[in-house]
Every structure is written in structure tokens, then in C-alpha cells.
Design a protein around this ligand. Structure first.
Ligand code: GRF
Length: 203
């Protein structure tokens, strides 16, 4: 199973995926890592693992659609089975989302449908929530709104800050993403017209 991973930042989720592959827990390979930022720390992680990297600076493109088409074109030679968004901080247009429909997965640091968008940890604290966590979902044109696949949660402590909370949620992310991708690698996880199925059963 061929994974393309899209990043914008430090790439700790990318690292967790690499580590799971190395450990034999995830039977897939990363065919390419694409970043919209040349300084993304995750590019170094990919290079260290001997994985081809692609950098496409979104600021060099006239509009979202032309950037997205350039990403489709850049990934085409690698023929990914699944495209994994791992801290990729650009909103995707239908040009990309439709091309990879059913093969495009995102991780978001909140218990969706709560807190789509940014600053999720601060917002969960501000709201006085008891629990917070991360969600993995198939990507549709609705931002952070696609069909859910899996969630993991942590208890919010009285002394938590957005920073301490984000660290605990990230540990969940690093467990959950390789697990879900292994379901994909085993061809057990499918997006159908009626929603997400695992082993043919609705999730
Ligand atoms: C993660 O918290 C992810 O949920 C969010 O961006 C962060 C990426 O972190 N969308 P990293 O680059 O994988 O370290």
C-alpha cells in the first residue's frame, strides 16, 4: 500500500507513521512526502528515511486551484493508494479532493464535530470541556467535516494549558494514525456512498 504524506510542519505524525512501518506494525510504504513549506521539519525526517520529498510553495501559485492541480501532477508519478494529511495547513479545493475522493485522510486535533479549524486546544479549555482528543476522517470538500473514521480522547486536567493539552493529544495522534493506516493497507477501510465501512460493516 503506497502512502503519500502531506505536511507543513514538524512532522511528528509522519515520524510516527515511519516508526510504525519500521516496526512492522504498518505494512505500507511512503512513496513521497509533499510539503508546501521548504522549511518544514518533516522534510528532514523524510530525507533521513530515504523517502522522496516534494516542495511546492503555495505562494508561487495564482490561486488555490492551480496549487492543488500542481500537487495532483507532482504526486501522479508516485501513484499513491492513500494520501495522508499530517499537519498540512492548506485548505484543499475540489481539484484535489475530488481527484483523491475516498483515498484522502486527515487527522484533526479535536473531537469532531467539535472545533473544526484552528486553535482547538485553547477552545476546548475555554469551553471547560472534560475531554479532548483527535479525530481521523476521510476528507470531503467541507473543512474538517468529512466522515469520521476513529477518535482518541484524553481527560482535560484542571492545570492544563493549551500546550500541555496539545502534547497529550499528539501522543494519541501518534498511536491512532498508524492504526487507521494499517486498516487501509489491509483494504479493510473504505468510504462508500453510505459512509465509512470497516470490514464491510458501517463504522
Ligand atoms: C497535529 O496536531 C495535527 O492534528 C494538526 O497539525 C499537527 C501536526 O503536527 N492538524 P506534526 O507536524 O505531525 O508534528
Amino acid at each position: 500500500h503506497r502512502l503519500a504524506v502531506l505536511i507543513s510542519g514538524s512532522g511528528t505524525n509522519l515520524q510516527a507513521i515511519l516508526d510504525a512501518i519500521e516496526a512492522g506494525q504498518l505494512k505500507a510504504r511512503i512513496c513521497a512526502v509533499l510539503s508546501n513549506r521548504a522549511d518544514a521539519g518533516g522534510l528532514t525526517r523524510a530525507k533521513q528515511a530515504g523517502i522522496p520529498t516534494l516542495t511546492l510553495d503555495h505562494r508561487q501559485f495564482e490561486d488555490r486551484e492551480s496549487f492543488d492541480q500542481a500537487m495532483v501532477d507532482a504526486l501522479e508519478p508516485y501513484q499513491p493508494d492513500t494520501v495522508v494529511l499530517a499537519g498540512f495547513m492548506r485548505i484543499l479545493s475540489p481539484v484535489f479532493v475530488a481527484y483523491y475522493a475516498g483515498r484522502l485522510i486527515n487527522i484533526h486535533p479535536s473531537l469532531l464535530p467539535k472545533y473544526r479549524g484552528l486553535n482547538t486546544h485553547a477552545r476546548a479549555l475555554e469551553a471547560g470541556d472534560e475531554r479532548h482528543g483527535c479525530s481521523i476522517h476521510f476528507v470531503t470538500e467541507e473543512l474538517d467535516g468529512g466522515p469520521l473514521i476513529a477518535q482518541a480522547s484524553v481527560t482535560i486536567n484542571a492545570n492544563d494549558t493549551a500546550d500541555s493539552l496539545s502534547k497529550r493529544v499528539q501522543l494519541c495522534e501518534h498511536q491512532l494514525y498508524p492504526m487507521v493506516l494499517q486498516w487501509r493497507a489491509q483494504q479493510r477501510l473504505v468510504l462508500t456512498d453510505n459512509g465509512v465501512t470497516l470490514d464491510g460493516k458501517p463504522l
